[in-house]
Design a protein around this ligand. Structure first.
Ligand code: NAP
Length: 279
């Protein structure tokens, strides 16, 4: 248990002001009567190493990690959970006996969120994922483990997409896996075969921009997800085509509940956390 001497937790990111994690976790601590505080920390890439080294000294027992640090922080961990090692990204750090242990709760959180929000299981699904960063990696590995049939990765930088495809193939050799650059037209021909479309890039955070996708071609059964908390133009477009949609809040809730359990050893008060996110 990491909590003998620590009473503070937090989230690091750049940007981090948008994060709803402080509201959610502070509500959870209060609900269970735990005397802990959760704070946002604006940490730029150049400051990451120093921040992580000093974590213990600043009284932190653990942190969440958000854009853009999930993959870079891996090198600063003393130990990684099997899941985080496989994924190559960390979204939750536990400081335990002075050692920094990196975990990843995004993937399992996504699958729990999908089930609770849409009733769908990923088993046997064909997936299209936009992005190949830390969140995409966590989700793609969890989906591969959950038995999806195929995955198409579309990323701005083709190299990162290809790296994710290669890493997935190592873990799941029978998985059909292809990577395309966002600017290529080739991925568009796959849209009609896809059961689960997941948008993991920050495009749409501004409430105006959107990736270009023609939902007219989508399977009517397809579920469309966007990891951004507020409904994005991408998600609104999908909903306007009568497709089932899931925004970022259910994932925030479930990945946060798993992190809470790692830090406190207590079951997360889901109802209180969800109410905090909706208030
Ligand atoms: P990350 O590791 O920095 O990855 C960002 C990804 O987005 C990369 O694939 C990057 O492509 C792509 N990208 C960045 N800017 C882009 C642009 N202008 N156009 C097209 N693609 C772009 O970040 P992350 O940690 O995966 O987080 C990604 C998003 O998911 C963030 O918005 C974050 O807030 C959200 N998220 C939400 C939850 C939740 O609980 N709801 C959980 C995790 C993440 P390149 O490889 O080409 O750089």
């Amino acid at each position: 248990m990491p909590l003998e001497t620590h009473s503070r937790f937090g989230v690091i990111g750049d940007p981090v002001d948008h994060s709803l994690s402080p509201r959610m976790h502070n509500t959870a601590f209060a609900d269970l009567g735990l005397p802990y505080l959760y704070l946002p920390f604006h940490v730029r890439a150049a400051e990451l190493s120093r921040f992580v080294r000093r974590m213990g000294r600043t009284g932190l027992g653990g942190i969440n990690v958000t854009i853009p640090h999930k993959t870079a922080i891996v090198d600063h961990m003393d130990r990684l959970s099997d899941e985080a090692r496989r994924i190559g990204a960390v979204n939750t750090v536990v400081l335990s006996a002075g050692r920094r242990v990196g975990h990843n709760t995004d993937g399992r959180g996504f699958i729990l969120a999908l089930k609770s929000k849409t009733g769908r299981s990923p088993k046997g699904e064909s997936v299209l994922i936009f992005g190949a960063g830390g969140a995409a990696r966590g989700i793609a590995f969890a989906l591969a483990q959950a038995g999806i049939r195929s995955i198409v990765i579309v990323n701005r930088g083709l190299k990162n997409g290809e790296r994710l495809a290669m890493d997935l193939k190592k873990q799941a050799p029978h998985l059909s896996c292809e990577a395309f650059g966002l600017g290529s037209r080739s991925w568009k021909g796959h849209i009609g075969e896809i059961g689960l479309i997941i948008q993991t890039t920050p495009v749409g955070m501004d409430g105006r921009s959107s990736l270009a996708i023609d939902f007219n071609q989508a399977d009517r059964r397809a579920v469309v997800c966007d990891l951004i908390y507020r409904p994005t133009p991408f998600l609104k477009k999908a909903a306007a085509h009568s497709l089932k949609v899931m925004g970022g809040l259910p994932l925030l809730l479930w990945q946060g509940a798993l992190a809470f359990q790692l830090w406190t050893g207590r079951r997360a008060p889901l109802a209180a956390m969800e109410a905090a996110l909706r208030s």
